[in-house]
Design a binder for this molecule. Sequence first.
Ligand code: SF4
Length: 331
Amino acid sequence: MRFGDPSMHWTSPASADIVRDVDGSYLNISDNEFRRRIRVAYARLASCDLCPRRCHARRLAGAVGVCGAALKPRIFVWNVHRGEEPPISGTRGSGTVFLSGCNLSCCYCQNYPLSQLRHGREIPVDDLADALVELQMKGVHNINFVTPSHQIPQILAGLYRARAKGLHIPVVYNTSSYDDPETLKLLDGVVDIYLADLRYTSEDAGLALSGVSDYVAVAQSALMEMRRQVGDITVDAQGRYIPRGVIVRYLILPRHTDMADAVFGFVRDRLSPQTCVSVMTQYFPAYKAHRRSFGVYRKVTDREFDTVMKAWDSSGLKNGWVQEPDENGGA
Ligand code: SF4
């Protein structure tokens, strides 16, 4: 794997770590400040406005919001994952924590059993803390919260308690980017890597496919806040990734490749030309996407893949990865 080559597999070499081992930024936050943020985050659940849905569910009283979350952490599974981008999976894997529920309702969600059908179970914060420490003991490079936007208070509380039990590895926030920038400020100095989607540049597409009318405006603001906090991924003198920065994920959707130019243009002009971009070709019509009315009922064609690659080539962006197209038809 070579930093800067946008046409490589995500497979990591089996030897010699490619990620520098560093402590998570949250080790530098004082106990008082950590507790303050937890307090502020939980207070938002009284009439929940944690995310841009602002559905005002009374989560402190146990009510369930539009996202499917209430008061306790709600988790589907935690495990070691080796298929993320190289700065995240490295050679020893990423400690993924798949949260249950989601504040979007994407018709094509590949994680729909947990995000939309809300499979998973509520666990005490202490159990979440123990799970994080357990993942660290397996040797992973980081803790990777997948679909975290609606459970930020619980994540902060889990990290705080896990830190007291010896947790020290960096934190990845793996998000759709439908995040409130003000809420993200609670994560400043806590999250080390933002692994963040930019799904659409058309609000119409966001409404049709993900059920919200303001995805583009929200996600773009959120991404700018993420970059303000952590900057770009860089490498050290030995060529190892330093685990701090934003990685923007762009999932190619069938019949929507006209958005690629605008996605890359936003990254270049509003984030930074050095931003790492991960172009994903793994789309298949999961969940409700087989219905023709959504218009995303098939895989991405080679032609659509080529369209996105042309947009990439002319974007001026240099850093990132592209999943290899599927050899069994479509990209
Ligand atoms: S996080 Fe969930 S409960 Fe809170 S505003 Fe968003 S959708 Fe509603």
